[in-house]
Structures are given as C-alpha cells and as structure tokens.
Design a protein around this ligand. Structure first.
Ligand SMILES: NC(=O)c1ccc[n+]([C@@H]2O[C@H](COP(=O)([O-])OP(=O)(O)OC[C@H]3O[C@@H](n4cnc5c(N)ncnc54)[C@H](O)[C@@H]3O)[C@@H](O)[C@H]2O)c1
Length: 413
C-alpha cells in the first residue's frame, strides 16, 4: 500500500507525454522525464509537476527519486530499459511491444522475478468501450465458451505521414513487419477470454508493385508488405484469427467473439458500439432479443475516461497502473501475459518466413522452456544508434522483393 500518489517518470516523450496526460486524472504524479531529444520536453508542460526534472540520459534519469517509470521509447528497445529500471528499484509500465526477440522475453521474465518489481504492459485497446463491454459480457458466462475470435488492428498511412514519424534509416517503424505489432489485435482477445496462445501459423501479403512504390516513396524502408494474418490455436481449444498492424483500408480496429451460445462483436467504424447475438432458439433466461446493437458504457469513472485518448483506453491503463502501485491490484498484463504476445509475434513471423508452417509458442512461466530460447535473438529490428542486431528481413517475401528490385535495375540498364 502506498498512502500517496505514485511519483512517476516518463521515458520517451512523444507517446509518453500522451500517457502522462491521461495518467494525471488517473492519480499519478509526474516528477521526471527523459528524452534524448530536448525538443520534446515541452510536451510535458502542464502535465509534469512544476519542479519536475528533465534528463536526456536514461542512466541519470533512472536514479531520480520516483516509484515507477513509463517506457515509451522505441518499440523494439523496451526490454533493456525495463530491466535497468527494475534493477534500479522502479516499477515499470512499458509500451508495446514488451520484447523484440525470444531472448528478450526470457530476460524480461527473469528480471521481473529476480527483482520482484512490478511490471505491467501499457496495452490500452482492451479498455476501449466496445472491448470492455465484450469482456464484461463474455466473463458473465452468458455466451458460453469462445470457439472462434477475431481481432484486427488496421493502421494505413500516407508515405508523407510515415516519414514524418519514422526519422532515420534504423527507426523501428521502417523495420516493423506486418506481424510484430500484435498487441492491439491479440491483447483485447486475451483480456476478454483469458485463453492463452499455444501454436501459430501466419502468412503475409506482398504486392510487388506497391512494395516498390513504398520503397521509393519512403526512403527505402525495409518493411514493404501490406498485411500479416495469424491463425492461433488457443489452450482452450478455440482458434483466434488476428492481424498485426495492417496496411489496408479502412483505418480501424475490430473484434469478434463467436461462442457456443452466442456472439458479440464491435461495430466496424465505431468501436464504442457492439452487436450481441444469440440463436433465436436458445435465448438465455431474461433475454428477449436475439439481436441487439447498442452503445457500450463503462460502469464507473465514465466522466474521466470519456475524453481520454484511444477511446478511453489510455485513461484506463493508467488508472490500472495507479491501482497496482498504490493498492497492489494485479493487472491482467503482467510480465507473463505480456511476453506471450511478443512470443506469438516472433513465432508467427518465423512461420511467415517458412511459408505458413506451424510453430509452438513457448510459455515462459516454465524455467526449462526459458533455457531453450535464452539465446534466440532473431529479430527484424536494428538498434537505432548502431544499426546492429537485425538478423531477419522485415519482409517475409524478401526473395521476391530482391528479384523485383533486380529486375527493375536490369530494365533500366
Ligand atoms: N498503445 C498505443 O496506442 C500506442 C500509440 C502510439 C505509440 N505507442 C508505442 O509507444 C512507443 C513509442 O512510440 P512513439 O510513436 O512515441 O515512437 P517514437 O519513435 O516517435 O518516439 C520515441 C521517443 O523516445 C526517445 N528515445 C528513444 N531512445 C532513447 C534513449 N535511449 N534515450 C532517450 N530518449 C530516447 C526518442 O528521442 C523519441 O522521442 C512505441 O513502442 C509505440 O509502439 C503505443
């Protein structure tokens, strides 16, 4: 128990300042911030305490007197900073993704266990209104058991927008496959159902002409595919079909639970609305309509969440972090339920590289399993500063892409 507001520092101030803005009404106090680009410090104005201290170096920042840190630095570089923070005695809430390789999954789990520090993933989509309602209805038991579920995170953008938020040839967005940004599609389904992934197979979509266009207009970005689709066998027998961050129309996120007694899904284009269906021949006691579309509501703290970013999800994840820090209320996305999503993405990408072959997903609660993957550093992401560490292409059809580039060069000659 903590009998005061938790004192929190923010690392990475683009996304990090938005999280802090939503964290203030949730009961967090921001006493320090860190970004190597001091031009971002202004984003904390009116959010951080007036006497907050600003740093450009993480090793200085992490020594600041505070209870916890928000990690919102580069997508593929969260693990090393989460481990440093926990070793420095700070609780961590980390943006997605928790780990960029299986070796990082192992290291993160072991650091959380060895230090005993609190770790939570900043996965916000499960707490948007439609997803929260799907979780409430499913967990009431009225729909029976989940049989099939779908989750889509679709985020197309223009080349101009892409370049504006992807500075430098090693920036994570330029190497982000269509598989690895998995948490916004899979996270809500895990949170709703409590099921765990055990095996995955995946395919990616490569369109030669569009890939060449993306390569030309986005300064030779490495990730030039359109979509990644994963089929996941779950531990309760269900099958989930999810996307990574896909480049198709329209920009949206969408979820469906198809169950033994009925189904619930968000409305495409309005993820605060849901469609709830039962077979007309098996209406549950007290239910009079077999088909209903309605606006979902949160039960509590609605005024605080309603204007929060990402459909309210940003408020809720900060609120849950505050409750974890102050009252020790355990979040669903603890270190194990977080790394299982990274492990699913890594195995799905291996599958896509092997023409859709199935891969088992390691459960890192098991210490013997950890030994098998502690040195598995396969990743499509380079280190931002050094460019080192990239061991896989960012395109599961790299051979076709290389051939297309070569053919184009040959045609010019
Ligand atoms: N959950 C969501 O809805 C959501 C939305 C946006 C972004 N994100 C996640 O948040 C994270 C950050 O996203 P972003 O768009 O702000 O990324 P970004 O690349 O634009 O920003 C990262 C920031 O971290 C700073 N940084 C990186 N390494 C540093 C270091 N070693 N020392 C000091 N500063 C460092 C950079 O200067 C930069 O300002 C990513 O993981 C992304 O996936 C999540």
């Amino acid at each position: 128990m903590l009998d005061r507001k938790p004192r929190v520092g923010v690392f990475g101030l683009n996304r990090g300042s938005t999280l802090a803005k939503n964290g203030r009404p949730a009961g967090l106090e921001f006493v320090a911030a860190c970004d190597k680009n001091p031009g971002t410090f202004k984003y904390m104005k009116g959010i951080a305490e007036p006497d907050a201290v600003y740093y450009t170096d993480f090793d200085d920042f992490i020594r600041h007197d505070m209870d916890a840190v928000i990690l919102a630095n580069y997508f593929n570089q969260h693990t090393e900073f989460a481990i440093k923070a926990m070793k420095a005695g700070k609780a961590v809430i980390s943006e997605c993704t928790p780990a960029a390789s299986l070796a990082e999954c192992v290291a993160l789990v072991e650091a959380a266990e060895q230090t005993g520090m609190k770790y939570m993933l900043a996965e916000n989509y499960p707490f948007m209104r439609g997803c929260a309602e799907m979780a409430r209805v499913y967990q009431s038991g009225i729909l029976g058991k989940v049989v099939f579920a779908e989750g889509e995170y679709v985020h197309p953008m223009s080349s101009g927008e892409f370049l504006g938020i992807s500075p430098g040839k090693n920036h994570w967005r330029r190497h982000n496959t269509k598989i690895h940004y998995i948490t916004h599609s899979l996270g809500p389904l895990l949170y709703m159902t409590g099921a765990k992934p055990v095996r995955v197979n995946a395919e990616t979509v490569f369109l030669k002409d569009h890939a060449l266009e993306l390569y030309d207009t986005c300064e030779q970005r490495a990730a030039v595919e359109e979509a990644g689709i994963m089929l996941i066998q779950m531990d309760n027998g269900a099958v989930f079909r999810i996307s990574g961050s896909n480049n198709l129309a329209p920009h949206d996120n969408w979820y469906r639970l198809a169950c033994t007694n009925g189904s619930i899904e968000t409305v495409r284009g309005n993820n605060g609305r849901v469609i709830l269906d039962y077979g007309a021949w098996e209406l549950p006691v007290g239910v009079t309509e077999s088909h209903r579309i309605y606006d979902a509501q949160w039960d509590e703290l609605t005024d605080l969440a309603i204007n929060a970013d990402h459909g309210g999800g940003d408020f809720w994840e900060m609120y849950k972090f505050m409750r974890y820090l102050r009252y020790d209320e355990k979040p669903y996305f603890d270190v194990y339920n977080s790394v299982i999503m990274s492990a699913t993405a890594v195995m799905a990408y291996k599958s896509a590289l092997c023409e859709g072959a199935p891969f088992d997903i390691p459960d890192f609660r098991d210490r013997d399993i950890r030994k098998l993957y502690a040195e598995d550093r396969f990743t499509p992401f380079p280190d931002y500063d050094t460019g080192e560490g990239k061991t896989l292409p960012s395109n599961a059809h790299q051979d076709l892409f290389d051939a297309a580039l070569a053919a184009r060069e040959a045609a010019k000659a």
